[in-house]
Design a protein around this ligand. Structure first.
Ligand code: ZN
Length: 263
């Protein structure tokens, strides 16, 4: 349960004009603000925001609501995600929930794994842009990817040494029992172009790697972990999530997804 008082505090500290203004260019017209509706395609503005009521409404398609419904519709956030987003934005502290010891440990472990995956992704990203990563870079360019696309999808490279990343993470202060899982993964991922696999909220949860040259197997993926549930995640959904289109194109490989986004 979320305390009513917290939601009131959040609403009080949130300005709908600023939140929606990040997505829609708004112009003041009397008491209201108007702009082009982000929920349907139009050339003359029929989207209206009323700051005094903290509400929005579109006279073209009927979309309407408050700052929560806007974020849920536009960003595909759940209510809780919208709440977290707004709380962070307004520097309002989320109400403390009393978790059991087990639940807290599981949550801490998950957070640590996400942090390590993020560091690993940054590490691979950096390797691709160094001298040693040139072969992989050339491969991606030859496959038609632009630098911007490589950046957007966070592509990286794992070098030919087997303990590079392990040493890097140890250097960051991670103990063996946490890093071990990563070391196992890294041993698999050598001399490969790395595709970070992100969840719908763009958090790195695993990696796919394509070998450079004729090594086998051609493609290799992280195994399932506490944060990587293969039946609940789809590569590229974080990028496709905010599309305003009424359809999605589903394709099989990392490169297929990436090149179609680029096109
Ligand atoms: Zn509309």
């Amino acid at each position: 349960m979320i305390p009513e008082s917290f939601l009131n505090e959040l609403k009080y500290n949130t300005d709908i004009e600023q939140v929606i203004g990040r997505y829609v260019q708004l112009r003041r017209r009397g008491k209201n603000l108007t702009g082009l509706c982000p929920f349907h395609s139009e050339k003359t503005p029929s989207f209206s925001v009323t700051p005094s009521k903290q509400m929005y409404y579109c006279f073209g398609c009927g979309a309407g609501g408050n700052v929560f419904t806007f974020l849920m519709e536009y960003e595909n956030f759940t209510f809780v995600e919208a709440m977290q987003y707004l709380a962070e934005r307004a520097s309002v502290e989320l109400p403390k929930v009393d978790y059991s010891k087990e639940a807290k440990e599981a949550a801490d472990k998950k957070a640590a794994l996400l942090e390590i995956n993020k560091l690993a992704a940054q590490y691979f990203y950096y390797q691709l842009r160094r001298q040693n990563g040139q072969k992989a870079w050339k491969y991606l360019v030859e496959r038609g990817l632009t630098e911007e696309t490589m950046k957007k999808f966070g592509l990286g490279y794992s070098d030919k040494y087997s303990d590079d990343l392990y040493k890097y993470l140890k250097g960051k202060g991670y103990k063996d029992e946490v890093v071990d899982e990563r070391r196992g993964m890294y041993d698999k991922f050598w001399n490969r172009v790395i595709f970070p696999i992100m969840d719908v909220n763009s958090r790195v949860i695993g990696f796919g790697g394509r070998v450079m040259g004729d090594g086998k197997p051609k493609y290799l993926n992280s195994p399932e972990t506490k944060i990587f549930d293969k039946s609940r995640n789809l590569y590229g959904l974080n990028a496709a999530r905010t599309t305003r289109r009424k359809y999605l194109i589903v394709c099989e490989g990392y490169m297929d997804v990436i090149t179609m986004h680029q096109a």
